[in-house]
Design a protein around this ligand. Structure first.
Ligand code: C5P
Length: 223
């Protein structure tokens, strides 16, 4: 089975602010978050291609160096992340991908993914035949708030993980799970959630702190 990349990049990043959408903010080396996230996939694994789901219109895309890379394709995203990923899977099938192929879904805002972590994830999926995600064990003590700044409970962090991306699944199984999720009342915030709801096994593979999701402008200082 072949391996494809899929990068949902159709969000506007309102938590980040600014006139450039978050995925087009620049790193110190001059690359955009999107470009660096796509390159992390291409450099860390042997992929048949990467599909990038974009909002329409997207005036920033044509200026990206990866837009001219033969291995990189793009399609229209949707209203929410789950729609964008679903559209990306449909576009990959249009480009010759098959249901039995593997797909790595990776955030456009995680430029710090290392080849080591990516290879760990791929090896685990290929060996087991099951889907998996990169994730980190929760380090901090977790508190539940009452909505007014007071603690109502302390949660055990035992067995709690923070989900990262990439998230790797058989393409057909993920498409099926997203179809079910999109017809429901609340949308999954990551691909694993759709697979879990569909009853599929999803494994946890050790991620890394450097693979953080850029959410606020301050986060750029950590990369
Ligand atoms: O906003 P957040 O950082 O959670 O978005 C995660 C990823 O999903 C980003 O790469 C964003 O561009 C993407 N996304 C998308 N389509 C949407 C909303 C978000 O592709 N409608």
């Amino acid at each position: 089975a072949r391996l494809w990349g899929l990068v949902p990049a159709a969000g506007i990043g309102h938590r980040f602010g600014g006139e450039r959408p978050k995925q087009y903010q620049l790193l110190a080396d001059g690359r955009s978050l999107l470009e660096a996230s796509v390159q992390a996939l291409l450099e860390g694994a042997e992929l048949s291609g990467v599909m990038v789901a974009l909002s329409e219109p997207d005036p920033f895309w044509p200026d990206q160096a990866i837009a001219d890379d033969d291995r990189v394709m793009h399609c229209a995203g949707g209203a929410e992340r789950a729609h964008s990923v679903y559209q990306g899977l449909v576009a990959l099938l249009d480009q010759g991908a098959e249901a039995a192929d593997w797909v790595l879904v990776h955030d456009a805002a995680r430029p710090g993914l290392s080849a080591e972590a990516l290879q760990r994830l791929i090896a685990q999926c290929r060996e087991s035949g099951e889907g998996a995600i990169l994730a980190l064990p929760v380090r901090d003590t977790l508190k539940r708030g009452d909505g007014n700044g007071r603690i109502t409970a302390t949660l055990s962090r035992e067995d709690l993980w923070q989900a990262q991306t990439p998230q790797m699944f058989p393409l057909g199984a993920l498409k099926q799970a997203l179809e079910e999720a999109l017809s429901g009342s609340s949308l999954p915030t990551d691909e694993a959630a759709a697979m879990e709801a569909a009853g599929g096994p999803v494994q946890l593979v050790m991620g890394e702190p450097g693979n953080l999701k850029v959410t606020y402008p301050e986060d750029l200082a950590f990369l």
